[in-house]
Design a protein around this ligand. Sequence first.
Ligand SMILES: [Zn+2]
Length: 262
Amino acid sequence: MKAIEFLERHYPDTLKVLEDKFPEFVKTARRIKVIPWREEFQVADKNQEVIDEIEFWETLAKGGLISEEEAGRRINALLKEKGYSSKTMGIAFIEAGEVSFRNEVPPLSVLLHEIGHVHFKEPDPVWSSTYGGGETLFWLALKKDYPIGEEEIRRFHSLFKKAQNGEHLEVAKEIVEKVAPLWGEQIVPAFYPVCLAAGWIPHYVYEVASGELDPFDLTNPEWKKVLPHRNDVVMFFVNLTEGLKFSEPFWVEYARRLGILG
Ligand SMILES: [Zn+2]
């Protein structure tokens, strides 16, 4: 059977909303094959394995044992090699275009999560709402009527993934270019003031810069000399999705300027 049948039979109201907001997603659901559940899908929690390995490379990089670039390369290779991801309730085989579910009728969230893997072709660190991924935006579009469609989610994925994979300086630069003008003279155009202005204190500012740089003085030109840390740039996007969840006006405007809200 095809994944679309679950939507047609059990979640027709959601299917209507999807057809309106994510027609391409529905098209993908029509071609995704549902294969029988196998015990090993839940025993070997492949997603956890991937997450553990990513953490492993990140720990090495943090400890200075390998460079951030090296860690980014390893993580990239890993994600490419394991072109699938799973949650205990379901699993998606991204390249094969197949999904499988433990329950006879998967809960809606599980069904959309797995279809989403195949549709957007992203593993959990980029897609899953557990890690602040695009899935959160997808649900905001469905539930809160935010102007978010396919294009906005792909745009978010691309920035989020670049930040995770070691291109965080480039991403931070784009954030500053697009978002800092909102504040005019109130901040110097630099990554950390952009974060602080929205009321978020990134790890680096909290742990390292306090004492050296006043987190309330956002016009200090010294901020421009501080290189954004990768985790902070990644967390910027996690905070952004959280901010959208609670309709926080600054984050909503940041998202709009970054092309994550239509
Ligand atoms: Zn997943």
